[in-house]
Structure formats: C-alpha cells, structure tokens
Design a protein around this ligand. Structure first.
Ligand SMILES: Cc1cc2nc3c(=O)[nH]c(=O)nc-3n(C[C@H](O)[C@H](O)[C@H](O)COP(=O)(O)OP(=O)(O)OC[C@H]3O[C@@H](n4cnc5c(N)ncnc54)[C@H](O)[C@@H]3O)c2cc1C
Length: 143
C-alpha cells in the first residue's frame, strides 16, 4: 500500500478500478492499494510494488503524478493452506482458542467468525457447524 499527500478534496469517495483502489483517509492522505504476494512473515516493501501502485493510481487519476508519495508499507493477510480459517480450541491445549487465518477477508468475516468462537468459548449451541473450522492436528500439520 502507499499513501499520497494530495490537495484536500481531490478524491472524496472510494474509487475502485481493475482490482486497485484509492481511498481518501480522514487524515487527508489518499491510500492506494494493493499488491499481493506470498511472502511468509515478511513486511518489507520494494520498488516494483511502489511502481505498480503508482502506475495504477496515476492511470485512475493523472493529477496524482504531481503529488508526493507519503508512505509505503505492507500488511499481512495470514491464511490457512485450504483457505478456511481456524476457529476453535487447539487440540493440545483445549483452553487456548484461536480465530485466525482469514486471509483477505478478516474484516468482513469478523462478526461471524467471532460469533462462532464465542459460542464455543461459552459452550453455547454454535451458530453454524464448527467442524470445518476446527484447528485439528491434520489441518495444523499442513500449515
Ligand atoms: C492491504 C490489505 C487489504 C485488506 N483488505 C481487506 C478488506 O477489504 N476486507 C477484509 O475483510 N479484509 C481485508 N484484509 C485482511 C484483513 O486485514 C485480515 O484478514 C485481518 O486483519 C486478520 O485479522 P487477525 O486479527 O487474524 O490478524 P492481524 O490483523 O494480522 O492481527 C494479528 C495481531 O497479532 C500481532 N502479533 C503477531 N505476531 C505476534 C507475536 N509473536 N506476539 C505478539 N503479537 C503478535 C500483530 O502485531 C497483530 O496486531 C486486508 C489486508 C491487507 C494487508
């Protein structure tokens, strides 16, 4: 991701195009995202990602070519090998619960996955079948 230092009100809404987006932030910076690569626990950034994001942003809004990039950084999207999050107790430590591996959808899935986790924590009837999400030894061994 990058942010641009841009004139106030240059962009007033989220703009999506060709898998990229420009988001006006409350602090006045314009956020442009995002690239995607499989890199493990590595938050380093590189010039290729910067160039790619600038190219997308400036194709959407040519005026951004005149604006300085304020910041470049990377976030992680932890995921499970088969794309299903881990929600439940760890097999060896049944008093330790995880809710992780949501990859690109952790924000939108948070209400539902938290509901499922809390049902298990409180011993309630689960809102959906928790079996596919359990961090079983078989699933963990492939992680
Ligand atoms: C560029 C980008 C865009 C995204 N867009 C969307 C979107 O539009 N919609 C959506 O639903 N999701 C989106 N996501 C994905 C979403 O951000 C993640 O799925 C979500 O943040 C995962 O939440 P989490 O709590 O599991 O992990 P995280 O948010 O990664 O939280 C893990 C926390 O644990 C801490 N931590 C890690 N290791 C240790 C340690 N050893 N000791 C102590 N603390 C530690 C970290 O500092 C962090 O605070 C996006 C992600 C990125 C990077």
């Amino acid at each position: 991701m990058i942010t641009y230092q841009a004139p106030k009100d240059l962009v007033q809404r989220v703009v999506l195009k060709d898998g990229r987006y420009i988001i006006p932030r409350a602090d006045g910076l314009l956020l442009v995202g995002s690239t995607l690569e499989e890199a493990g626990f590595d938050k380093t950034t590189d010039a290729a990602a910067l160039a790619s994001l600038k190219q997308s942003a400036e194709a959407i809004l040519p005026a951004l070519a005149l604006c300085p990039v304020a910041h470049q950084w990377a976030g992680l999207r932890p995921g499970s090998p088969e794309g299903i999050p881990f929600i439940g107790a760890l097999p060896e430590w049944p008093n330790v619960f995880v809710n992780a591996g949501h990859y690109r959808n952790g924000l939108v899935l948070a209400p539902a996955s938290t509901h499922l986790l809390v049902d298990q924590l409180l011993g309630r009837e689960p809102v959906i079948d928790p079996a596919p999400y359990q961090p079983t030894p078989e699933r963990l061994i492939n992680t």
